[in-house]
Write a protein that binds this ligand. Structure first.
Ligand code: URP
Ligand code: ZN
Ligand code: ZN
Length: 459
């Protein structure tokens, strides 16, 4: 059915105007004033609302075997939570471990999403070892439309790769034109510092941050950048958490290294005192890189406004209270991760745009368009233009609410952002022209989402 969105204020990276949007066959077919619509057209009155391109979360975990357990969401629950929060596309980390076959892992991750997600999705393919068959397997995966890799410099003996494997991965990525995303922490230092702290009897969640201090992340970021510099590959640092690591990335960028930066919602809004709370309350806020000293946040917001931090993702990774308690005797066993897929857009709008830290166009860029450009989805996604997919967020800037696990849709018994106020939320969300969300409720078609095939573009 055709759809007409009337009288909204359309905001993209480059423009802001009052106009109607007419949608046919899943795509935007006209934008203009007082558009006519044939009878039978579904009409949304967007007066007083902002209309944004569907938001893109470039870093989520849905299916994830990790730290002796599994992340809690399915693609059904994660995608509905994403849509209610205004995210219409997510890119999941496909993470087979070092012991798994990469191609089998890729097929498994795809099978978990197929027919289940209510929004569109793609994958970053993790390279967790580099063996004889790796190149041909990665070529097949890229040919299947997955044109971005992921490497972990941390999580020794599980996801982590060594420098030789990083070199081989980046060298291949350069030849294939594929961007490589990277978790940048020095695995050896983390392992040594964990052992040292435990030997001193320091076992609680408050010791997670000291076991992977800012310098350890800055070293990983700088080393990744140096490897990019010497292979010519294009890189993307995921979940950058602190000023020291930011400097390492921006120093490299200033000497011409093709490096991009993502920071994730928790690092803008939460700090290490959350993980220092006693018992399970602290465990709920354990993620890696860890929540940092609050003094880092001004630098992150400033870099985001300037565009030096390219994107804001979530690193959505839900483990419930019982799972967090796996680490009650030792912080090294606390499953790492905080959920956020439902809250990213509203909290970024509230703490960014409403608080004057983020220009509205940069907000759209950081939460949608820049990821679409970096990951081969633009202009199909991340844009409001004739021919683009009709993924649209009709946003109510007058809504007021409070985040709570009691009302959220993520499959988890706590929210890392419990009690935080939001000033705005989507009043309607469409996926390729179909209304999937109205006023905080999923009203659409489960399993509507498609895997997005992407072409390499980083030669
Ligand atoms: O703590 C985190 N970030 N958990 C998910 C795995 C990862 O490193 O992204
Ligand atoms: Zn990570
Ligand atoms: Zn992650």
């Amino acid at each position: 059915m055709a759809l007409l969105i009337r009288n909204g204020e359309i905001v993209t990276v480059g423009s802001r105007l009052h106009a109607d949007i007419y949608v046919e066959n899943e795509t935007i077919s006209a934008i203009g004033k007082n558009l006519d619509a044939p009878s039978g057209t579904e009409i949304i009155d967007a007066s007083g609302k902002l209309v944004f391109p569907g938001f893109i979360d470039p870093h989520v975990h849905v299916y994830l075997p990790f730290m002796a357990t599994f992340a809690k969401d399915t693609h059904e629950t994660a995608s509905i939570a994403a849509l209610i929060g205004g995210t219409t596309t997510y890119i999941e980390m496909c993470c087979p471990s070092r012991n798994d076959d990469a191609l089998e892992g890729y097929k498994l991750w795809k099978s978990k999403a197929e027919g289940k997600s209510a929004c569109d999705y793609a994958f970053h393919m993790s390279v967790t070892k580099f063996v004889e068959e790796t190149e041909s397997q990665l070529r097949q995966i890229v040919a299947d439309g997955t044109a971005s890799f992921k490497i972990f410099l941390s999580y020794k003996n599980f996801f982590g790769i060594d420098d030789a494997e990083m070199y081989q991965t980046l060298e291949l990525a350069k030849r294939l034109g594929v961007i490589v995303t990277a978790h940048c922490e020095n695995a050896e230092l983390v392992a040594r510092l964990q052992q040292k702290l435990l030997a001193e009897g320091k076992t609680g969640p408050e010791w997670h941050e000291p076991s992977r201090p800012e310098s350890v992340e800055a070293e990983g970021t700088g080393r990744f950048a140096t490897f990019l510099e010497n292979t010519g590959a294009t890189g993307y640092v995921v979940h950058l958490s602190c000023e020291k690591a930011l400097h390492a990335a921006l120093n490299a960028k200033s000497r011409g290294v093709k490096i991009h930066v993502e920071s994730v919602l928790p690092h803008f809004l939460l700090d290490k005192t959350h993980a220092e709370r006693p018992g399970v309350e602290g465990m709920k806020h354990v993620m890696s890189p860890p929540l940092r000293a609050k003094s880092n946040q001004a630098a992150l917001w400033n870099a985001l406004e300037l565009g030096s931090i390219d994107t804001v993702g979530t690193d959505h990774c839900p483990f419930d209270t019982d799972q967090k308690l796996l680490g009650k005797d030792s912080f090294v066993n606390i499953p790492n991760g905080i959920p956020g897929i439902e809250d990213r857009v509203n909290l970024l709008y509230t703490h960014g745009v409403k608080r004057g830290r983020l220009d509205m166009h940069r907000f759209v860029d950081a939460a949608s368009t820049r990821a679409a450009k970096l990951f081969g989805l633009f202009p199909r996604k991340g844009q409001i233009a004739v021919g683009s997919d009709a993924d649209l967020v009709i946003y109510d800037p007058d809504y007021r609410g409070v985040i709570s696990a009691k009302s959220h849709h993520v499959n988890n018994d706590y929210s890392g952002f419990e009690g935080m106020e939001i000033e705005g939320r989507p009043s309607a969300v469409t996926v390729r022209g179909k209304v999937q969300v109205r006023d905080g409720k999923f009203v659409g078609e489960r399993g509507r989402g498609k895997m997005l095939k992407r072409e390499p573009s980083h030669f």
